[in-house]
Design a protein around this ligand. Structure first.
Ligand code: BGC
Length: 248
């Protein structure tokens, strides 16, 4: 079975039909640039371009970088235009896509669902925490394989600041932090999460997962194993389609 997945990010809106059996894209993905400011109207136009590129007429799952309740309503917008807050994104996209069935879910939750089924979290029981490091820090928490949606652990306080303002990849780039400096912040953050949740496993996603060898060896003060995510760029697209199939 195929469902169309769309990943709405700060720089691009990417999508493709997803083969749910394989957990992979059924065709090469298509991307348009995210408009700035990333208003609901502008993003909806981008989503339409991506879906129309494939002439798709079936169900569509989309990610959003904020809290999304009921597969529909955006509740927070930390790194996107504030006019998203309380927008019924499902109704907006559905209308723009000519009435196609639409499900909208948090971006990290989508990536986590894909990673648990097809990547580093396969078969893992107990509490598993996946974190995505990018412009912000996204989180997906699983208990015996079941997602606890919208956990927003990137906004926990760390050293008097929101964790994502101290330890995201954007902060590393913006402040030109070395791997040691940034790794130290990530270690403190993970130790804090471990104190709260005692997970069996941490999975770290986002672009930095490809460079895990540069900072994972520096993180020694955390008991739980820490592994990089395996599904790189397409986890959000695949997970959005999976959540739509689950009727999220
Ligand atoms: C948002 C989360 C999102 C994360 C990654 C955070 O600022 O609050 O909802 O998952 O960024 O995009």
């Amino acid at each position: 079975m195929q469902i169309f997945g769309v990943d709405i990010g700060g720089s691009g809106i990417k999508g493709a039909p997803v083969d749910l059996g394989k957990g992979d894209l059924a065709q090469e993905r298509f991307k348009v640039l995210t408009p700035h400011p990333a208003t609901p109207d502008g993003v909806a136009d981008g989503v339409k371009q991506v879906v129309d590129h494939f002439g798709w007429t079936g169900p569509v799952g989309l990610t959003f970088p904020g809290v999304v309740t009921g597969g529909a309503t955006v509740r927070t917008a930390a790194n996107v235009d504030k006019s998203w807050i309380d927008t019924d994104a499902r109704a907006l996209f559905r209308e723009r896509l000519g009435g196609l069935p639409v499900t909208v879910v948090n971006d990290a939750d989508a990536a986590g669902v894909a990673e648990m089924h097809f990547g580093a979290g396969q078969g893992r029981r107990g509490t598993v925490i996946l974190l995505t490091f990018g412009t912000g820090i996204g989180s997906a928490v699983f208990v015996d394989g079941t997602l606890v949606a919208n956990t927003e652990l990137g906004h926990l306080e760390l050293d008097g600041h929101e964790a994502e303002k101290r330890a995201s990849s954007k902060v590393k780039d913006d402040h030109d932090l070395s791997w040691e400096q940034w790794g130290h912040r990530v270690e403190k953050y993970l130790a804090h999460l471990e104190m709260l949740f005692s997970p069996e496993l941490f999975i770290l996603g986002g672009g930095v997962s490809r460079k895990a060898h540069k900072f994972l060896p520096l993180i020694t003060g955390v008991r739980a194993p820490i592994v990089p995510a395996q599904l790189q760029n397409n986890a959000g697209i695949v997970g959005a389609a999976m959540r739509a199939a689950e009727g999220a």
